[in-house]
Ligand binder design. Structure first.
Ligand code: UN1
Length: 503
């Protein structure tokens, strides 16, 4: 069966109207072979506006539904995802080019966040705060925010929507989703799965959780719409620079999860077997197309000549192939632009004196329109040139260090601040790395890799990564508004700070 037919078959099984896959302006490719697998229609500005208006009406009803009952919708979504894990995981492999275990892993991440949000729906706690006035009580209540717009990227085409939607819905919001133009089909599949959950739930207001396929202009309609209270946007720093100020202009909220230029430090005492495995997954996994991918490595001079040859060996031996037909560990880059960015970065690294192993294009099944590359490990004399940029490709730059503090400084000397790791068995190094003067990233790990975070922690980073937090911990607070309530149950009206105003 052709990939196009497989896609159609999978979408049909999930309940997507397959007529929507033909005749539209947006050609959808599978990066596995480069072939066009659908032509979907773009939503017009009027359609998007009408959808937002409807979502806003739905929000007004949904915010009054008790939170544990809202959690029931998310529970049903998790159930549907469990039932359709294989189909959706396969679609992720088709549309984003992920290897099967990563496609399935992404759906598992959706299931996990649903479970988390179900529990959360009974735990939207506020504080009770001591007041300075007699017979008063002060407390915080958390209320739903409104319509939450979600913008997601091609590289996590389904999980990032789920992180946002599961929390936003449990918190009493309506959601509207603009997926990447590179991955509209998996989004349509998620919507069909959501619709099944909504049908089982029974009485959710119409238009509560929807998506639309659009280009940048369509995305701007959502970002600028006064009825969208919050936009949670995942993608490049360039995208964030456009979306962030537009939202700020109308004082709307944003959760920005942007680029990463993640680094690791490998210290003299490191368990090198563990380090090599973590680096291999972090830098080569998902063909280097995670925002958490490991891109820079600082290796202590005493172990450099042991570790780097092991890494090179792993790079030379790693299997590269079509994720739909092989069990290779490295799949394709998403498209031609991604390939050209990889080639440009490698040329710049070479010009800066880098010594490159790998990085060449690999012919997989003679598919000219697909972009498979051997991951590259590049030895650099100093942190320079392309190391300061996030290139969304499997390139790992390695630099030797002497002093641990210098390694931390080099790690922090880039624009992004998403994820980081140290490999050490030395408690001083580990704790310093995690301290206020250590890693400046939103994620700082000891003896585990930069990528593959669990959903239980808050996810996001600082500086050019945008500062937003999604997923676990108390990230839910970003999807709600806080009210401080002071209640006077006495018979006097004392003013705070001892002010008197007797009339
Ligand atoms: C992303 O690349 O945008 O930590 C998200 C990870 C995944 C999420 C990545 N859980 O690698």
């Amino acid at each position: 069966m052709s990939v196009k037919d497989q896609t159609k078959d999978l979408l049909q099984k999930l309940g997507v109207d397959v007529a929507a896959l033909e005749g539209g302006d947006l050609a959808v490719n599978t990066p596995t072979t480069g072939e066009v697998i659908a032509n979907v229609k773009l939503a017009s500005a009027d359609q998007i506006s009408a959808q937002i208006d409807k979502a806003h009406d739905a929000f007004k009803v949904w915010r009054k539904v008790p939170a544990p009952r809202r959690g029931e919708l998310v529970r049903l979504l998790g159930e549907e995802l469990r039932l359709h894990k294989d189909e959706l995981g396969r679609l992720v492999s088709i549309e984003a080019g992920k290897i099967p275990s990563e496609g399935l892993g992404e759906v598992q991440e959706m299931i996990d966040i649903c479970d988390f949000a179900v529990g959360l729906s009974r735990q939207l706690y506020g504080l009770t705060i001591a007041t300075e006035r007699a017979d008063h009580r002060m407390m915080e209540t958390w209320h739903p925010l409104g319509v939450v717009g979600i913008i997601s990227a091609f590289n996590f085409p389904v999980a990032v929507w789920a992180w946002n939607a599961a929390l936003a819905l449990a918190c009493g919001n309506a959601t509207i989703w603009k997926p990447s133009e590179k991955t509209p089909l998996t989004a349509m599949a998620c919507q069909a799965i959501m619709d099944k959950a909504l049908a089982k739930f029974g009485d959710a207001p119409e238009g509560l959780a929807t998506m639309f396929v659009a280009d940048r202009v369509g995305g701007e309609v959502m970002v600028d719409h006064e009825k969208v209270a919050l936009v949670s946007a995942t993608g490049s720093t360039r995208m964030g620079r456009e979306v962030g100020p537009r939202l700020a202009k109308r004082f709307a909220r944003s959760i920005l999860e942007l680029g990463g230029n993640n680094a690791g430090i490998v210290c003299p005492s490191a368990d090198l077997d563990m380090a090599v495995r973590a680096i291999a997954f972090g830098a080569m996994g998902t063909a280097g197309q995670r925002c958490t991918s490991t891109r820079r490595l600082f290796v202590h001079e005493s172990i450099y000549d042991t570790l780097v040859p092991q890494l090179k060996k792993a790079y030379e031996g790693v299997s590269i192939g079509n994720p739909l037909t092989s069990d290779a560990l490295v799949g394709p880059l998403i498209d031609k632009d991604a390939a050209s960015n990889m080639e440009k970065a490698l040329a710049a690294a070479k010009a800066a004196g880098g010594k490159i192993v790998g990085g060449e294009r690999v012919d997989v099944e003679g598919n000219e329109g697909a972009y498979y590359y051997r991951p590259a490990v590049v030895e650099m004399q100093t942190q320079s040139g392309p190391m300061f940029e996030e290139t969304f490709a499997p390139i790992l730059y390695v630099v030797k260090y002497t002093d641990f503090d210098d390694a931390i400084e080099m790690q922090n000397a880039v624009g992004a601040g998403l994820s980081s790791m140290v490999f050490t068995l030395n408690v001083r190094e580990a704790e310093n790395f995690l301290s206020a003067s250590g890693s400046d990233c939103g994620i700082a790990n000891v003896n585990i890799g930069t990528s593959g975070a669990e959903i239980g922690g808050a996810f996001g980073g600082e500086k050019e990564t945008g500062g937003g937090r999604e997923s676990g911990s108390d990230a839910w607070k970003g999807y709600m508004r806080r009210a401080t309530n002071t209640v006077n149950y006495g018979t006097e009206l004392p003013l705070a700070q001892g002010v008197s105003f007797d009339i």
